[in-house]
Design a protein around this ligand. Structure first.
Ligand code: PEP
Ligand code: MG
Length: 892
């Protein structure tokens, strides 16, 4: 804590670039204030203050006086004093972290109300009912979030009051009813906490600030951060803002708006408005709202002003903004704005629309989309021609096609999904407690709430399919079922929901590929206009990315079909052809023969049988990738993958022996299986080691490659094969294989009279290889980082086992935010890669460098590989567009 540190900023002092310090909400409130927009005055307590509190358990010493100074200024500006008896200033205390965490943290409204100031508010507003309603809201919110009272107790008391009066909605309660409820609420607080509801307004405020700090570390906030990969140590800012009221009668109200449609990107009037209500009512999706366009007929002046402000904001932020606003007796107030979340499709469209409007350039457009969004657009969608039973329709809140068993509570969603079931979580509305259920579900369906309800906002953020506000659904959580126009759907019945149209179906609807995939496949069809528009936007963004990216993108593919698809998707070669994939299926027996061979003769016969098959594979592959590099990796399987399971075979032989009809071959096989059985097959006889112990194996493969290349050249093709040696740990291994390979290649060249120019290189996938990369580069023309094995060996994690065993615990404890097998561990594995790049290039300046582990198609990892200076990444065909895009974003 440094002496001169400033912990409180007035809204007039901040700006939108101070999100680290003021949080997103605070920074944008400041920005709007400085744009001259109508923002209720207030100040922001910084994330630094929160961090001090979270670290030490106490607010920074200077905070109290600083808050007092800012509160004084606020009071002077407003001409009222916090909680003053006759003319009280009331404030809201709102959380606001750097990254939006919708509904995850706490907010308390109406701070400053007490037994005395409630009378002042009644006079000030000329509305006694309103004042007492506001007071009970304070006690309820404060009781629940600050004092930890079970919220149900307040809800129950409220329900009882309504029942007693035989009314169904809050608005039917009058001043006397609220007065009575305030008394009851205070009794609840006293009974539950042993203390009176605090009457001192400053004490209310300080306790609320502290509660907001604390809410950074609630379980649901932590879970959300892990999901969204938000660091856990950022802390939240706290905004103290003078209250304005949307619940002062029909000329008041509250709403949310988008400057353009967050689902399609189209410009227009999008949002929801709720007359005579406070902001929390809209976000919670509890009461049904009207479309924003209706505000025009309710309050034309405020509507026009809002439209103008929205235009100002869009031009200023140069992006889609979402907004929360309140109208207090005909006066419009802006309560929040931020660059709004959007669907994946809208992200692409908006980025190109903004380029066309001249608001942003192409490099900026690339930053407005992500590889994850592109991946989402490549998901399949429902087949519209399928015979389906549509049972209802709601609002298309987050696109995608989801099929699963109906469940009606989050607990079941989590339980069933853990046991491998696909589920659709169906709720009346969701709230932050449903988060883990939403994560577990394929899709989310609600019967209430609009596009800005909790379910919609959170699902969009997660990229999960969501249909909300399907009003004809009667969701009965207690009986675990819903009724839709007479159809009963029980827990466990399969339903399908379409987040792009809002339609809900009974049963499993078949899915068809996305238009974006059709486009990449070159089968762009003249379908719905909507799809054409999306495809056009994707096409343009991909063109920007391809223009600026430095990394080349190759595919991991082992057959002509995958290679051709990869090529259509933009692959610039094959970075990894795993030849072991060519030996599975029917050919396994031939490999078995090779492994069982006792004599040179037997071995040679086995190899001779394999050679023509291998050659044919390569001819097809080189043809599919004509003119582009194809890296063929010599055999790298743990041998047990080719042999029968040791237990099964033992049982079979034992049974046969008992029957006295054991066959000779099985006995030999069993011996071999015993001989080759390994405790750690992934660290055993595989890769180059196999090539060194089974004479003739690698040379057979090299011969097949060389002959295939020669054949393609004869056919006037342009094969560009590269031979890659796996699992090398020392340059000596590589030198031996290299010499043998060169001999074979020379032989084939001499026999055919064709110069083949086959490059020889190695994988760098063991720590020792990375550590001695300088030496290894003496014998290698290229390196390809095998980050799967490198991660396994650097961490000591068995790649086949650990993700299922203890990774969940590691993720929960925050040891890492994402599996290192998915996103490269920059500090550990990444640092070996970085050093190996430098050492390899020092030995051989024109060394070609790539990566072919799973990380090659992971967005964050692609940025890392760009940064360390690799020449290419190689990934599975479907991830090629994502890698192209991310390589472009990394370079732009
Ligand atoms: C690797 O280890 O990263 C790699 C690409 O090889 P494989 O996954 O086949 O072991
Ligand atoms: Mg490997």
């Amino acid at each position: 804590e440094n002496k001169d540190q400033k912990f409180v900023y007035d809204f007039t002092e901040g700006n939108k670039d101070l999100k680290d310090l003021l949080g997103g909400k605070g920074a944008n409130l400041a920005e709007m204030t400085n744009l001259g927009l109508p923002v209720p005055p207030g100040f922001t307590i910084t994330t630094e203050a929160c961090k001090v509190y979270l670290d030490s358990g106490e607010e920074p010493a200077a905070l109290r006086d600083e808050v007092s100074a800012h509160l004084d200024a606020l009071e002077q500006g407003m001409g009222k004093k916090l909680g003053q008896a006759d003319n009280p200033l009331l404030v809201s205390v709102r959380s606001g972290a750097k990254f939006s965490m919708p509904g995850m943290m706490d907010t308390v409204l109406n701070i400053g109300l007490s037994d005395v100031s409630v009378e002042g508010l009644a006079k000030q507003a000329g509305d006694e009912r309103f004042a007492w309603d506001s007071y009970r809201r304070l006690i309820q919110m404060f009781g629940k979030t600050v004092l930890g009272v079970d919220g149900e107790l307040f809800e129950d008391a409220l329900e009882a009051a309504k029942d007693a009066k035989k009314v169904s909605v809050d608005t039917d309660l009058d001043a006397a009813d609220w007065k009575k409820l305030v008394k009851q609420f205070k009794k609840i607080v006293k009974g539950e906490t042993g203390r009176d509801f605090p009457q001192d307004p400053r004490e209310q405020m300080d306790l609320a600030v502290r509660a907001v700090f604390d809410s950074w570390n609630t379980d649901r906030a932590k879970l959300y951060r892990r999901q969204e990969r938000i660091p856990g140590d950022l802390g939240t800012a706290v905004n103290v803002c003078s209250m304005v009221f949307g619940n002062l009668g029909p000329d008041s109200g509250t709403g949310v708006a988008f400057t353009r449609d967050p689902a399609s990107g189209h410009q227009g009037v999008y949002g929801d408005y709720l007359q005579n209500a406070q902001g929390e009512d809209v976000v919670a999706g509890i009461r049904n709202t009207v479309p924003l366009a209706e505000l025009e007929s309710i309050d034309k002046k405020s509507y026009d002003q809002l439209m103008q402000i929205m235009e100002t904001l869009e031009t200023h932020y140069k992006d889609l903004c979402d907004i929360e606003f309140t109208i207090e007796r005909g006066q419009l107030w802006m309560l929040q704005t931020r660059v709004g979340k959007r669907t994946a499709g809208a992200a692409f469209r908006i980025a190109t629309q903004l380029v066309d409007q001249g608001l942003i350039d192409e490099a900026e457009a690339l930053q407005r989309v992500t590889g994850a969004q592109l991946a989402q657009l490549m998901f399949p969608r429902f087949d519209e021609s399928a015979k389906v039973e549509k049972i209802g329709r709601g609002i298309a809140a987050s696109p995608g096609a989801a099929v699963g068993k109906a469940v009606f509570d989050s607990y079941t969603a989590v339980k069933w999904s853990r046991s491998g079931e696909k589920v659709i979580l169906i709720r009346r509305e969701t709230n932050p407690d449903d988060l883990d259920g939403m994560i577990a579900a394929e899709g989310i369906l609600t019967s209430r709430g609009g596009k800005t309800s909790h379910a919609a906002v959170v699902a969009r953020g997660m990229g999960k399919t969501c249909v909300c506000g399907a009003e004809e659904l009667e969701v009965d959580t207690k009986r675990r079922r819903m009724t839709v126009n007479g159809t009963v759907v029980e827990e466990g019945d399969v339903v399908s929901i379409d987040g792009s149209t809002g339609k809900v179906y009974l049963g499993e609807v078949p899915v068809v590929p996305s238009p974006v995939v059709e486009y990449f496949e070159g089968r762009m069809h003249a379908g719905a206009d909507d799809a054409d528009e999306l495809v056009a936007a994707v096409h343009r963004i991909m063109a920007y990315a391809d223009r600026v990216r430095r990394l080349r993108v190759r595919a991991n593919a082992d057959n002509a079909e995958d290679a051709l698809r990869a090529r259509r998707f933009g692959a610039q070669g094959i970075g990894l052809c795993r030849t072991e994939h060519m030996f599975l299926g029917e050919r396994r027996e031939m490999v078995e023969k090779l492994i069982l061979a006792d004599t040179d003769d037997e071995r040679e016969t086995a190899l001779e049988a394999l050679l023509p098959l291998q050659k044919k594979d390569f001819v097809e592959l080189f043809e599919a990738m004509d003119g582009l590099p194809v890296t063929v990796r010599l055999l790298d399987p743990p041998l047990h993958e080719f042999l029968p399971d040791i237990t099964e075979l033992s049982v079979r032989v034992a049974l046969a022996e008992a029957r006295k009809d054991a066959n000779e071959n099985d006995l030999r096989l069993l011996q071999a299986v015993h001989r080759l059985h390994e405790q750690n097959p992934m660290l055993g006889l595989r890769g180059v080691r196999l090539g060194l112990v089974i004479p003739g194996l690698f040379t057979m493969q090299v011969r097949a490659i060389a002959e295939a290349a020669a054949e393609r050249k004869n056919a006037k093709g342009d094969p560009r094969a590269e031979i890659m040696i796996p699992l090398v740990g020392t340059v000596q291994e590589l030198e031996i294989v290299r010499e043998e390979a060169e001999q074979v290649i020379a032989e084939v060249e001499a026999r055919t009279g064709i110069e083949l120019k086959l490059a020889l290189g190695t994988m760098i996938e063991l720590p020792r290889a990375a550590l001695t990369a300088g030496q290894i580069a003496e014998a290698a023309e290229f390196f390809s980082f095998g980050t799967n094995d490198l991660t396994q060996t650097v961490w000591g994690f068995s790649r086949d086992d650990v993700e299922a065993s203890f990774f969940t615990a590691y993720l929960e404890k925050g040891i890492f935010g994402v599996s290192p097998f998915e996103t490269i561990d920059k500090d550990g594995v990444g640092s070996l890669v970085r050093n190996a790049v430098a050492a390899g290039r020092a030995t051989r300046p024109d060394l070609k460098l790539g990566v072919c582990g799973e990380h090659g198609g992971d967005p964050e990892s692609v940025h890392f590989f760009h940064e360390v200076g690799l020449d290419y990444v190689s990934c599975s065909p479907f991830r090629i567009p994502v890698a192209r895009l991310e390589a472009g974003r990394a370079a732009a």
